[in-house]
Write a protein that binds this ligand. Structure first.
Ligand code: ATP
Ligand code: MG
Length: 450
């Protein structure tokens, strides 16, 4: 079929209003499929080739995270963007760990949604081009430049440039969003293996039942469904680097199998006795303290010592505040370049709040904030009010948890919308894109009888 559409998007949401508004926004450029329940979503994905899924976290018949995993098991190819209410942002963050690409918050901003969808699909077409890694889910990195002038970061740059050349394993530890994957890629790029594959094993995103076949591959007929011989990540990565991302989530029996493959530099595909020899550099990451996990029996000490030949600890952003303005400028520049819009800057009030904020989500949180505020702000200066949409107005007050900040923002936003319609709850719930009863429960009033 000849078509000028840029892909097929499956919208899964139980609220008809939301489904229809997505359809309206997307139908000119994409084929749009709609599903109201988890069951319908599974059917739609089984029967169609889908490029991207917009998935509501809160569905009546199934938990959003469970559904995400089911959909990934049926077809791991479509990018998934979670659609969430402000209240469920923490769940959305977990969804990203499970392989979702991004999340958007209802009520959503059309430009922002379109931007995210474009990027997700761009990532997909990039993947298609990487023919030599056909089985591979490479992550799309818009910029590989590492920013940082803090002394500890400088020290880390120095260390990686000396150890990149060796074949020794490296363990990168640091909180979520501190740049573990970015550094792993940088090490690979600096190494003699730079023209060989860099393969990511996203331990947290791969269901335990699929881990062994993902790592080692399988022989045709090894189990029901093994219709053709498939290479595992280790085989694909031969001569290159394997990034064992979130290694702490790997289950203990797989830890033993992985350790054996690392030590012996060989393994067998499932269902085959042929020994496959490989030459791989391993870089692992963890945002948990592996020594603690060893203490509680959840991580093998021998695997730890195998991987921890060169340990790197990436400091959280709040511990290197002088990098905050540099990162803000860096991402402002990237957004301007990517969108083709003129460069913007933060007002002094906004910059001050951002400099004082604690950034629990580290550089990733900062990057997302810049992107969102760049998109919604009008004019050349991003104001504090543009940022406060993302709860940072409270930044000056330290010690506020993300959840408290998010809850606060929700209340504040609902109030603003209510004020704008003179307290008319029906109109407010329409603007907010939520059911009136949801609105009432959010402002602590019991749902009215219809
Ligand atoms: N020093 C830095 N300079 C520029 N960009 C950075 C820096 N650190 C992180 N980033 C960017 O921030 C985002 C998050 O980084 P990355 O994915 O490497 O974090 P991570 O530590 O692997 O997080 P997680 O534990 O959640 O997987 C990426 O887009 C990355 O490019
Ligand atoms: Mg990571």
């Amino acid at each position: 079929m000849v078509t000028d559409k840029q892909g097929t998007i499956l919208v899964v949401d139980d609220e008809n209003g939301i489904r229809q508004s997505f359809k309206m926004v997307l139908k000119d450029n994409y084929h749009v499929l709609l599903a109201e329940t988890g069951k319908e979503a599974i059917e739609a994905l089984t029967q169609n080739t889908v490029d991207l899924i917009l998935l509501d976290i809160l569905l009546p018949d199934v938990n959003g995270l469970d559904l995400l995993q089911k959909l990934k098991a049926i077809d791991p190819h479509p990018e998934v963007i979670m659609v969430t209410a402000v209240k469920d942002v923490q769940t959305a963050v977990r969804a990203i760990k499970l392989g979702a690409y991004e999340y958007i918050i209802k009520p959503f901003i059309v430009d922002e949604v379109i931007n995210i969808i474009k990027r997700a699909l761009e990532k997909r077409s990039l993947i298609k081009e990487l023919a030599y890694l056909r089985n591979e889910l490479e992550r799309y990195h818009p910029s590989e430049e590492i920013i940082g002038q803090d002394e500890r970061m400088m020290k880390i740059f120095e260390i990686i440039s000396t150890i990149a050349g060796s074949d020794s394993a490296i363990l990168i530890q640091g909180e979520s969003g501190t740049g573990k994957e970015l550094f792993a890629r940088a090490i690979h790029k600096l190494s003699p293996r730079q023209h060989q594959p860099f393969v990511v094993l996203a331990c947290a995103a791969i269901p335990p039942t699929l881990m062994e076949s993902t790592l080692f591959g399988y022989h045709k007929g090894a189990f029901t469904g093994a219709v053709r011989t498939t290479l595992g990540k280790l085989e694909i990565a031969n001569k290159g680097t394997v990034f064992l991302d979130d290694i702490d989530t790997l289950d203990i029996s797989m830890q033993a199998k992985l350790l054996r493959a690392i030590q012996e530099k060989e393994f067998e595909r499932i269902g085959s006795t042929k020994v496959i020899k490989v030459d791989i550099r391993f870089i692992a990451s963890s945002n948990k303290d592996l020594r603690e996990l060893i203490g509680s029996g959840r991580f093998r000490e021998d695997l730890f010592y195998r991987l921890n030949v060169f340990p790197i600890h990436l400091p959280p952003l709040r511990g290197r505040r002088k990098d905050i303005p540099l990162l803000l400028d860096h991402f402002l520049g990237l957004n301007a370049k990517r969108s083709g819009k003129p460069l913007k800057k933060f007002s002094s009030e906004a910059a001050e709040a951002l400099a004082a904020y604690d950034w629990p989500g580290n550089v990733r949180e900062l990057q997302n904030l810049v992107e969102r505020s760049f998109t919604i702000s009008k004019g050349p200066e991003i104001q504090l009010s543009d940022i406060s949409t993302f709860s940072i107005a409270k930044a000056k007050i330290k010690g506020v948890t993300l959840k408290e900040a998010v809850d606060d923002f929700e209340q504040q936003y609902i109030q603003e919308v209510l004020d704008s319609v003179d307290g008319n709850r029906k109109k407010a719930s329409e603007i907010l894109g939520i059911h009136r009863n949801t609105l009432l429960s959010k402002i602590n009033i019991f749902p009215e009888k219809p």
